[in-house]
Design a binder for this molecule. Structure first.
Ligand code: GDP
Ligand code: MG
Length: 168
C-alpha cells in the first residue's frame, strides 16, 4: 500500500491564525502568544481517508509574509493550499485574492480552500457573510469558517483538501 503525502501551504496576511491552525491541527494545542514560531519548516499529521493513509505536511511561513518575502522554496511542490483571512481584519480579507494569485503563479491551479478564521469573534466581524460567499465563488474554492481557538471546523479544512487531492 502506497502512502500518499501531500504538501499543504497556508497563506494569508500576518496574524490571521496560520501558525495557530497548523499547531492546532498537528499538535492539538492553542496559545495566545503572538509571533510564536514553530521552529521547523512544517508540521505533519497522518489521517485515514477512504481507507487510505494520507500524510499531510503543513508548511508554515515563519512570519515572512509580513515582508512579502516568501521564497519559492516555500511554495515548491505544494499540492494544496489554505487561503486564510480573519473575521476581524478587513485587510486580510481584501488581500486574499492576491495571495491566491501568488500561489497560482508558483504552483498552478492546486486544490484550495478559502478559510475565514476567528469566527468566535463574529460579533466584531468586519466581513459580511455574503461578501465572503461571493469571494469564494469568484476564486472558485470552497469557503470554510473556522475557529482555531475553539477548534471549530479545522479538521474539515484538511479533510476537504486531502479528498480533493486523492480525487486527482
Ligand atoms: P499568523 O501570523 O497567521 O501565523 O497568526 P498566528 O497563528 O500567530 O495568530 C495570531 C493571533 O491570533 C494569535 O494571538 C492567536 O492566538 C490568535 N488566533 C488564532 N486563531 C484564532 C481564532 O480562531 N480565534 C481567536 N480569537 N484568536 C485566534
Ligand atoms: Mg505565523
Amino acid at each position: 500500500d502506497l502512502e500518499v503525502a501531500i504538501k499543504v501551504v497556508i497563506v494569508g496576511n500576518g496574524a490571521v491564525g496560520k501558525s495557530s491552525m497548523i499547531q492546532r491541527y498537528c499538535k492539538g494545542t492553542f496559545t495566545k502568544d503572538y509571533k510564536k514560531t514553530i521552529g521547523v519548516d512544517f508540521l505533519e499529521r497522518q489521517i485515514e481517508l477512504d481507507g487510505e493513509e494520507v500524510r499531510l505536511m503543513l508548511w508554515d511561513t515563519a512570519g515572512q509574509e509580513e515582508f512579502d518575502a516568501i521564497t519559492k522554496a516555500y511554495y515548491r511542490g505544494a499540492q494544496a493550499c489554505v487561503l486564510a483571512f480573519s473575521t476581524v481584519d478587513r485587510d486580510s480579507f481584501e488581500a486574499a485574492t492576491s495571495w491566491k494569485m501568488k500561489v497560482e503563479d508558483e504552483c498552478g491551479d492546486i486544490p484550495t480552500v478559502l478559510v475565514q478564521n476567528k469566527i468566535d469573534l463574529l460579533d466584531q466581524s468586519v466581513v459580511d457573510p455574503e461578501e465572503a460567499d461571493l469571494l469564494s465563488r469568484a476564486l472558485g474554492c470552497r469557503l470554510i469558517r473556522t475557529s482555531v481557538k475553539e477548534d471549530v471546523n479545522v479538521n474539515a479544512v484538511f479533510r476537504h483538501l486531502a479528498a480533493c487531492c486523492l480525487q486527482e
